[in-house]
Write a protein that binds this ligand. Sequence first.
Ligand SMILES: C[S@@+](CC[C@H](N)C(=O)[O-])C[C@H]1O[C@@H](n2cnc3c(N)ncnc32)[C@H](O)[C@@H]1O
Length: 361
Amino acid sequence: MAEFLSTFITGFQDVVKADLEKRFSNIKILNLFDGLVHYKFDGDSRQLEKINYFNNTFFVLKTMKGKGLNFPSLVGALCSGKGYFLVNKGSFRVRFQNENQFAKVDKNLTRRVEEYVLRNSKLKLDRLSPTNEIWFCIRREGFAFCGELISHREFTEKNLNKGELRPEIAYLICSYAQLSEGAVVSDPFCGYGSIPIQLEKRFKCSKIYVSDIDKEKVDLVSKKLGVVPEPVEGLDQKEALRQAQGPHNGTQGPHDGAQGQQIDLRQSDAFELAHIPDNSLDAIVTDPPWGLWENIPDIQDFYNKMFMSFHRVLKPQGTMTILSARTTELEAAASAQGLKIQKSLHTLVNGKKATVYHLSS
Ligand SMILES: C[S@@+](CC[C@H](N)C(=O)[O-])C[C@H]1O[C@@H](n2cnc3c(N)ncnc32)[C@H](O)[C@@H]1O
């Protein structure tokens, strides 16, 4: 079986391992580190390119473990054997990375690798704009590898709205929630819809309640999901009809998700959620405000009210999976409400430290 290595967002290694083992029966995880998985995969490598949470994926040429790893010994280990390259046409250059930073090395070392690649493949050397790259990486865990970069994800932050989660983070947060098939789930702070879009595309929920206090965002999510928002309670009939005819351009039925889920989308205050019956949700997966850009005078009080509202709508065994950078305030509010933090992981969202919590009553 060929060996591969893929990088992904910090903190999610256990989620990634579980997800890969669920997707593929022909995978064997060899090493798992923060933000990196090394595995054997007996399938078409193009399948790996479709995994949305992978940043870089490498075809492994050599790995080493131990203390004091260095580039000369890694290059020596590679060049002492015969090479096989997965992508064998086009051009290449060689790069060196130490603890996630590109590093300069002696020219002779680079030259040695270039000659090795030229001898063992049909690739041509192009140091400026190659179609292919060979990387040598040394990690702080005492692990080093040399690999052929076979796929590379462009970061998409510039295409996102302020506060909008990248799709792969939203997907990993939903996976962390460990939703059971047929679960009734809500995202009551849906924003631009990153979490509900992943729930709808990739998780077999039976019903998804999607809401936000901001009508403009609800209208945008309506377009993305192709779902007509429910009219806001207390509106007269004419306004309710106008809203239902809305700006959405959905082609699906008003309540159909991609996998047949019922979707209830509406403008609603997360402290009220009057449209959700008591004890009816299996899970809440959400990204509430962090009080960093919005004017929320007391974020702990905000989280207290949020938890009280969630307590009403969740079943007794229901769970909450919540992303926040305001860890002190969120943990204090959870403790004040007698909630248990079942697990948590630390990650980075747009360069900011944040934590994903999985809580229950
Ligand atoms: C961090 S953003 C969510 C971002 C979202 N995950 C995304 O990817 O676009 C928090 C959202 O909470 C909404 N919000 C603030 N206070 C609210 C409240 N009381 N009830 C419901 N939504 C609220 C804001 O309008 C904002 O869209």
